[in-house]
Design a protein around this ligand. Sequence first.
Ligand code: GAL
Length: 656
Amino acid sequence: MLFMKWVLIFLFCCPVHLFARTVYLDELDTRYMVQDWGYPQVNKSVLGGPLRVAGVQYDRGIGTHSISRLLVALEGKALSFSGWAGADDLNDFGGNMEFELIADEVLVWTSGVLHKGMPALPFCIDLRGVRKLALLVKEGGDGIMYDHADWLDARFETMSGIMAEPCVPSAKINEAKYILTPQPSASPRINGPKVLGVRPGNPVLFTIPATGERPMRFNAEHLPDGLTLDPVRGVIKGTIRQAGTYNVALKAESSWGSDIRMLRIEAGDRICLTPPMGWNSWNCWGLKVDEQKVKDAADFMGKSLVQHGWAYINIDDGWEAEQRSGDGTLNGNAKFPDFRRLCGSIHDKGLKFGIYSSPGPQTCGGHLGSYGYEQKDAATWADWGVDYLKYDYCYYSQIAPAPTEVLIKHPYVVMRQALDRVKRDIVYCVGFGAPRVWYWGQEAGGNQWRTTRDITDEWNVVTAIGFFQDVCAPVVRPGQYNDPDMLVVGRLGQGWGDKVHDSYLTADEQYTHVSLWCLQSAPLLIGCDLSHIDDFTMNLLTNDEVIAVDQDPLAMPVRKLIRPEGQVWYKWLEDGSMAVGLFNVDPYFILWDQAKGETVQREKTAMTLTFSDLGLTGRFKVRDLWRQQDLGIFEGSYSTAVPYHGVRLIKLTPEK
Ligand code: GAL
């Protein structure tokens, strides 16, 4: 290795000094390395085995994960940083990753996209005069989990001591949570989906989402035979016998006024014609979820969110009994004494109910999975009244040890067939971050598929997950959605289920997160504790104009443009207008703000949207969707200042 070091220095012209000494990366305090999964390992891979890349074993280094980052304070004392970077041989799926070195906010080295099997890449950078060096490992654009990343034989040549620094959560930088959206008006406004897909013969449950003062009375003209409306609660129920398209005129009326809107009911083969909107227990409660927590979430949704179209209450992992009963039924554990009753109470609020399982013998959380009991489980869930299934790819490697795309898809098809045999419309979520799942998720009969690793409320993770979704966007259409994971807003658990805290994302980062998910027609699944929700989070989750971008019936694939000042994401909407997000994304600067430990108000960035870049000509009415304000008529372009890590979400409507 000594020889290689000098080869490196020669190749990259790293500065040398007679009195310099070597400090290995693994000698720094690795507790300060932030990563999305596992813990940094000294001289081992993240799984604890040897550091090995493309068959070559390295004695020293740090085994980490993509995504990760470490900030090193050099204060001008270091001369160089050299070593190798590579994807560890123990990556199950060989996901893509990218290593980057950032010296005082300047990208000085990038590995390009690497994956398992590729030889480690050498680097040697000149650090003279550099104050801070950031080591980043980024998602390589495919969203695949199990990206085990190694910094190998990495060392500083330095004149005196250097140290790793903590990266504090970004919310500490900018604590001001500001509300952009005005309160809904007192007079009725019908929100939520404009199209509903149901299967003839299966139970229908739809609550008309309407904001405005109560009491309110509802009406639904031209309801298909078999459906009835509760005029006080606005809940439509029943079973449609006859396939077909039914155009129903919904009306909401109160002493403040009235609103009318059409709802197209498509009774046929397809369900879930707009992205599901709901809550999932995982990101706040993890395996500590219990019946009371679920009921609390349902109470809150039934009271304050259903008016905006939120509908699903989904239990993630942690509900399962330790053993199946004699006839193979998997019941709830002691925390969930009676699922039929719980499900019924959720339906009584006009809401829907979701459950979780895995195709392997165990779930990701180590509970019993559905392997070998797919039909039994589907029947049990149908009997309880389940409306949504998250089927999470875990422990199937015990059945198919060398997973390939075909082998992973197979158990999803098996569960699809089982769901097709029960008399319920069950939204089907195909498990987490499997390789290229967006190409086969629909063939496996999924309505949505997790395109990425698990999200956390860390800016690097949210950007890594969110801003690469254009890769998979072309497959999106009504009933088939990419799922970039839950919304990490509000009060969340850490790890999950412990250390409940307010989302570590800043206010602007949360506006970015929700806007980007809506532009992508992503399933919106709230990950926070709904029983402790603050005004800021409510504002994020109840802007009906923003939600309408997500729920647009066309579900057109979103597109992305990269600009020096940030990114532009845009999609066509059913009414002939276009939703556009101007994002001020900068993954690097935050590291420096954090290092200073100061409250830093970053400058806004001026961004200009040139309409012809989106293929648009003519004059457009521009509306700010978060503020629900018209900004005027623009021709050719629109310029605005976008907050640091923030967004301007606008709608362009052609002016006749
Ligand atoms: C993970 C999944 C999480 C959660 C967890 C439960 O694999 O991505 O969203 O469902 O399993 O154990």
